[in-house]
Design a protein around this ligand. Structure first.
Ligand code: NAP
Ligand code: GDD
Length: 352
């Protein structure tokens, strides 16, 4: 009988582990038997709520999950952590990821979202870790302003409409450069919007689900929103982290669009949530005066607030993920209905 050699676990390093995607990716990788290191930045209050459950969950009993301090605006912390761990796979999910906020803190956004990726790639290069694979969290926000409402794929031209989008284009192109110039296994996942109960509260889907549930339970009177007519292709973060891993296992490094190919407006998203909560919502007026009224009480429950408008807006995003479907054998399991059901249920459970 031949000797059974236990294969060493693969080691992954995640920048942005405390975020929505980071938390799902840790769970996914631990289930695949990886040893996972996550980088958290220093903050004055706890920023590990999305991952705390992993440490004592029986689902991850045999886990190998470690947290280190670091910051993608600090080259030395990146260099040291990569040098110490020498991971097989690095996932760069860190970013100042809010598009509206990027107009308010442009320099910091560029530093973390654009230069963060460069710093990690430079560390891989200078440490000569040519076996380490690199994943960059690219974004559909890079497509920005499009001339027609056609779905976007890997060949669609970028026209970013925010500092966040511009920063992501820099990181995306830098990833391609380090692949082509230095032979690093460096990939871009161009992910369209993806949501979940763990979504940050100032992104529109979470804000709507949270707000309408609170209104239904009479804990909030009005929900204030910006542009109701932007159209997005919304998927579930759980599905999308699986695509990240598949991208890293593909035979060669490449760039991939990940989406659902189903688009709806912010307004339609509100209508779907209201219907699931049995709120009889009707819309009145136009433009900045548009309001959503609860027909059963005749109360205004949705108002438009100019402060949520952006200096540059992206009107239409719909992804064509044919390449990922055919070559990675990836497709989303959730649809817009199951996504909303899960988000609403989680908000209702929170108030129980
Ligand atoms: P998120 O919830 O905002 O998470 C961002 C993560 O980056 C958090 O862990 C955050 O830490 C960390 N971070 C921010 N600044 C950092 C710094 N200076 N140093 C180290 N870490 C830092 O975003 P997400 O929705 O999970 O998205 C993950 C990535 O995918 C982001 O890069 C985002 O831009 C990109 N993306 C997201 C979507 C989407 O629809 N969700 C679509 C396309 C691309 P804290 O927890 O301390 O804030
Ligand atoms: N956040 C927010 N808050 N957005 C609003 C609001 C509001 O009150 N009202 C309307 N919107 C509109 C925005 O103008 C935008 O057109 C749309 O809702 C979606 O906004 P967000 O949920 O903030 O997402 P995003 O599309 O700007 O950016 C997200 O997706 C990108 C991928 O395309 C983020 O996750 C980015 O990090 C990601 O790259």
């Amino acid at each position: 009988m031949g000797l059974k050699v236990k294969k060493k676990n693969k080691v992954a390093l995640i920048f942005g582990v405390t975020g929505q995607d980071g938390s799902y990716l840790v769970e996914f990788l631990l289930k695949k038997n990886y040893t996972v290191y996550g980088i958290k930045r220093r903050s004055s209050s706890a920023n590990t709520q999305r991952i705390d459950h992993i440490f004592d969950s029986i689902d991850f009993k045999n886990n190998n999950f470690f947290i280190e301090y670091g910051d993608v605006t600090d080259s030395s912390s990146i260099f040291n952590v990569i040098n110490n761990i020498k991971p097989d796979e690095i996932y760069n999910l860190s970013a100042q990821s809010h598009v509206r906020v990027s107009f308010d803190i442009p320099e910091y956004t560029a530093n973390s979202t654009a230069l963060g990726a460069l710093r990690i790639l430079e560390a891989i290069k200078s440490l000569k870790l040519y076996k380490t694979k690199f994943y960059q969290a690219s974004s559909s926000e890079m497509f920005g302003k499009q001339k027609t409402n056609k779905s976007q794929n890997e060949n669609t031209k970028f026209h970013p409409m925010s500092i966040y989008g511009v920063s992501k284009v820099f990181a995306h192109n830098t990833t391609i450069l380090y692949r082509e110039a230095y032979g690093i296994f460096a990939c871009n996942g161009i992910l369209f919007n993806h949501e979940s109960p763990r979504r940050g509260p100032n992104f529109v889907t979470k804000k709507i689900a949270q707000g309408l549930v609170r209104i239904k339970l009479k804990k909030q009177k009005v929900l204030r929103l910006g542009n109701l007519y932007a159209i997005r292709d919304w998927g579930h973060a759980k599905d999308y982290v699986e695509s990240m891993w598949k991208i890293m296992q593909f035979k060669k490094p490449d760039d991939w669009v990940i989406a659902t190919n189903y688009e709806i407006s912010v307004k339609k998203f509100i209508n779907l949530c209201a219907k699931k909560l049995k709120i009889d919502l009707v819309w009145k007026n136009k433009g900045i005066k548009e309001v959503g009224v609860d027909k059963s009480t005749n109360q205004i429950i949705i108002k438009i607030d100019k402060k949520y408008f952006r200096p540059g807006e992206v009107d239409y995003l719909k992804g064509n993920y044919t390449k990922a479907r055919k070559q990675l054998n990836w497709k989303p399991k959730y649809n817009i209905n199951s996504l909303i059901d899960e988000m609403i249920k989680s908000e209702l459970d929170f108030h129980e």
